[in-house]
Design a protein around this ligand. Structure first.
Ligand SMILES: Nc1ncnc2c1ncn2[C@@H]1O[C@H](COP(=O)(O)OP(=O)(O)O)[C@@H](O)[C@H]1O
Ligand SMILES: [Mg+2]
Length: 325
């Protein structure tokens, strides 16, 4: 049985009189202890999907439709109260700048204890303290971090504190949104390795959001490739990244963004993301696709099964050669 089922999720931002269709018809299912990488260029809707499915986006700025079934419950239908009980304890999130949420004037250990106390109001002082110290150790931080202030820590240490915080209650699902993107290559590599070890140790299911396909290749077993708000190809990493079916995935693999930051333009794919306030009639990728035909420009391709739990949304699946070379 899957732990998380994303079914026909649409997320639309309302900006003045304009609607921005940031996520359209997202579908994905994740089994326990899977590691799913959601990959795509900046602006493709990855964070919107993650925040939206966890109900972290204000209803004042956007509308969400569809179903997000977590452990048998539709997160989009839970009351705020029920949702509060699940966040942190069953599902937790680490963002690129999670540490910005910490106060600069309080010590790290104390702030972690405060978080613990909110969800375990009856825990003893000693229990809280030992859990926090244990979690700092789990993410390979020296014990002095407990009494440090946030500004005394390096970027890598700060992200480790964020990860320690996210694991305080042994959640089932951990979502990491560009959690290592801002770090130098060596630190990023170390933390990615640690995250994978933690996944084993805590029997975590993980969703990893990144613009960097090499991060997915090295840390995930499943992948969803997003472009302009749509999932264009989903499946096992060993299939999708080895024999990509969708021309966009093929282009993404050719361009391999560097570790140093987001690329504005993919080398393999000339052009830029379309305006998301205009709903295209055809395939969202058609304007940049070397194989696009009239059919691609006028009718929307839906995800077709192309293998074991492997789907791609492309009209030209039969005619597109592997790697597009
Ligand atoms: N608060 C917001 N209001 C309006 N549009 C937004 C908002 N946040 C993001 N967007 C738009 O939604 C699209 C997807 O953004 P995002 O989910 O951040 O992409 P990614 O995480 O893949 O870089 C972008 O076009 C972005 O400009
Ligand atoms: Mg993002």
């Amino acid at each position: 049985m899957s732990l998380l089922d994303i079914k026909h999720v649409d997320i639309t931002y309302h900006v003045g009189k304009k609607d921005v269709y940031a996520v359209q018809d997202a579908n994905m299912s994740i089994e326990p202890q899977d590691a799913l990488g959601i990959v795509g260029e900046s602006g493709s809707g990855k964070s919107t999907l993650a925040m939206g499915m966890l109900r972290l986006l204000s209803e004042r700025i956007c509308t969400i439709d569809g179903e997000v079934i977590f452990d048998g419950k539709d997160l989009l239908k839970l009351s705020d109260e029920e949702l509060r009980k699940i966040r942190w304890t069953e599902i937790s999130v680490v963002f690129q700048k999670s540490m910005n949420a910490l106060s600069p004037v309080h010590r790290v250990g104390k702030q972690m204890e405060d978080v613990y106390r909110i969800h375990r109001p009856n825990a003893s002082k000693e229990e809280i303290r030992s859990r926090v110290i244990e979690m700092l150790k789990v993410v390979n931080l020296p014990s002095r971090v407990y009494t440090s202030f946030p500004h005394e820590l390096s970027g890598g240490m700060m992200q480790r504190v964020s990860i320690a915080l996210s694991l305080l209650f042994n959640p089932k699902l951990l979502v990491l949104d560009e959690a290592t993107t801002a770090l130098d290559v060596v630190t990023q590599g170390q933390i990615l390795k640690e995250i994978m070890a933690l996944q084993e140790q805590f029997r975590l299911t993980r969703v990893m959001i990144t613009h960097d396909v090499s991060v997915v290749a090295s840390t995930c077993n499943k992948i969803a490739v997003m472009y302009a708000g749509r999932m264009l190809e989903t499946g096992y990493v060993k299939d999708v990244l080895v024999h990509p079916k969708h021309p966009y995935t093929q282009g993404l693999l050719k361009s391999f963004p560097s570790f140093n930051g987001e690329k504005e333009e993919l080398r393999g794919i000339p052009g830029a993301l379309p305006d998301l306030s205009v709903k295209p009639t055809g395939c969202v990728f058609a304007p940049r696709c070397p194989y696009a035909t009239e059919q691609c420009r006028t009718s929307l391709p839906t995800l077709q099964t192309v293998g074991n739990q492997w789907q791609a949304a492309c009209h030209q699946l039969g005619g597109v050669s592997n790697g597009g070379n």
